[in-house]
Design a protein around this ligand. Structure first.
Ligand SMILES: Nc1ncnc2c1ncn2[C@@H]1O[C@H](COP(=O)(O)OP(=O)(O)O)[C@@H](O)[C@H]1O
Ligand SMILES: [Mg+2]
Length: 408
């Protein structure tokens, strides 16, 4: 057989990258609204009540007071629709915002990590961040993966719409490397943060330039005498600690310097791993490397590193596949309290809405089966509720500790 020879030089590869970029851009454009900004849908009163964890009657009562300061929603023929901002307003009036309910002193940082790609890290991070925002937590999502999938999920084209100052890059460079540059060192993560179309959910975006961050951390490790390479993420978050209740970090598929810094910054670690032999094997390797990383922290720090919670998450789970059942059972048995008890189901719903750049929380008028959509939503919610419970536990433990310290 004679095959057509297709050698690939720089020109060919550049051409392929451009063609692929053009197609992706068109798909993204189709998913955006006419102002080329992604917009969040409105929510029904029933959804609002579910989000606020109150009976719809409570909201009716509140709205019945005809208080001009309260939103009335947009009336359609059959229902009333509220924006997320309006829901948060109602929530504030009912004193049900997390910041009103709990004594939150600083954000709880949840890092989603695993050095394998394709295990649903970004899916977990983006749905988790949106779940927290829905519930009224002041949430910051940080994309530390130069591949910037999380950034894309927020309707941004990483190479076109994201300036490197809107990424974590300056915080990996640090004051010394930035001192002679035009923009310089700002000293706060605030300058990198952008709002999203989700009320209460802000973003530190990413793009390919962030690859340079790892080089910078490696260089500074050798050239700056007092530099601790795993601290920049924690320090940058500390600079905006008054503004957020929860921070969710998505990490690259590696145990790079930047991923290590995200692990150091974490109060809670979520490790997605599909119930497949190769994935489980690689999760095990990840834990082995994690031990090495924590030893590095402990050598340099007075306090040994302790996560407030650590959860393996069985991701992309197909309950009808016997071998997955078996492996998921091992995962649950071994990890026990260190495992989210509900697996994240692999669903065609997620796959179907993927090209529209939507998450399950954003999708509306799903064309496929209602039943399938409901199941997919329930699966994501069940996982996120467990992680929320851990976050609340962490907040409460901190508040109790603070109370004891004050009393002593
Ligand atoms: N529960 C799920 N159901 C269906 N597809 C999923 C699910 N979780 C993840 N995926 C898909 O798997 C692929 C890899 O997920 P992603 O979150 O990008 O992984 P990672 O960030 O670990 O590389 C994506 O195409 C994503 O849409
Ligand atoms: Mg990813």
């Amino acid at each position: 057989m004679i095959t057509k020879r297709t050698p690939a030089d720089l020109g060919v590869i550049r051409d392929l990258a451009e063609k692929a970029g053009a197609v992706i851009d068109r798909a993204r454009q189709a998913a955006l609204d006419p102002e080329t900004h992604k917009k969040l849908r409105r929510f029904t009163l029933r959804e609002a009540a579910q989000t606020l964890e109150v009976h719809p009657r409570k909201i009716y009562e509140l709205l019945g007071q005809n208080d001009p300061g309260l939103p009335t929603g947009e009336r359609t023929k059959s229902k009333r629709l509220f924006t997320l901002e309006e829901i948060h307003l109602l929530q504030a009036r009912m004193k049900q915002l997390p910041a009103q309910k709990y004594d939150i002193r600083e954000p709880v940082v949840v890092t989603v990590a695993n050095f394998k790609g394709g295990v649903a890290k970004t899916f977990t991070a983006v749905t988790l961040a949106q779940f927290f925002a829905l519930k009224g937590y002041r949430t910051l999502a940080i994309d530390l993966d130069p591949q910037a999938s999380l950034t894309s999920m927020f309707g941004l084209n990483p190479q076109r719409d994201v300036d490197e100052r809107q990424t974590f890059l300056p915080y990996f460079y640090g004051p010394e490397m930035l001192k002679d540059t035009e923009d310089g060192w700002t000293g706060t993560l605030e300058t990198a943060i952008q709002k999203t179309y989700w009320h209460g959910l802000d973003l530190v975006a990413s793009n390919l330039q962030l690859y340079g961050g790892d080089f910078a951390l490696g260089m500074r490790k050798d050239s700056e005498p007092n530099f601790v390479f795993f601290k920049p993420v924690a320090e940058a978050i500390a600079s905006v600690r008054d503004r957020y209740d929860v921070v969710v970090i998505d990490t690259p598929p590696s145990l790079s310097f930047s991923a290590t810094a995200a692990i150091y910054a974490a109060d809670g670690l979520v490790i997605p791993a599909p119930a497949a032999m190769v994935d489980f094997e690689s999760a095990r390797s990840f834990f082995t490397l994690l031990c090495d990383v924590i030893e590095v922290f402990n050598k340099r720090e007075a306090q040994p590193k302790q996560f407030d919670f650590l959860k393996l998450l069985v991701s992309k789970y197909q309950p009808s596949v016997p071998v997955q059942q078996r492996i998921a059972n091992w995962q649950r048995t071994i990890f026990d309290d260190y495992c989210v008890s509900e697996p994240m189901l692999l669903t065609t719903v997620v796959q179907n809405i993927g090209p529209a750049m939507q998450t399950i929380y954003e999708a509306q008028d799903y064309k496929g089966s209602r039943q399938a959509f409901k199941r997919a939503l329930e699966s994501v919610n069940a996982v996120n509720e467990q992680i929320e419970a851990e976050v609340i536990g962490t907040i409460q433990a901190r508040a109790a500790r603070h109370g004891r310290e004050k009393a002593a």
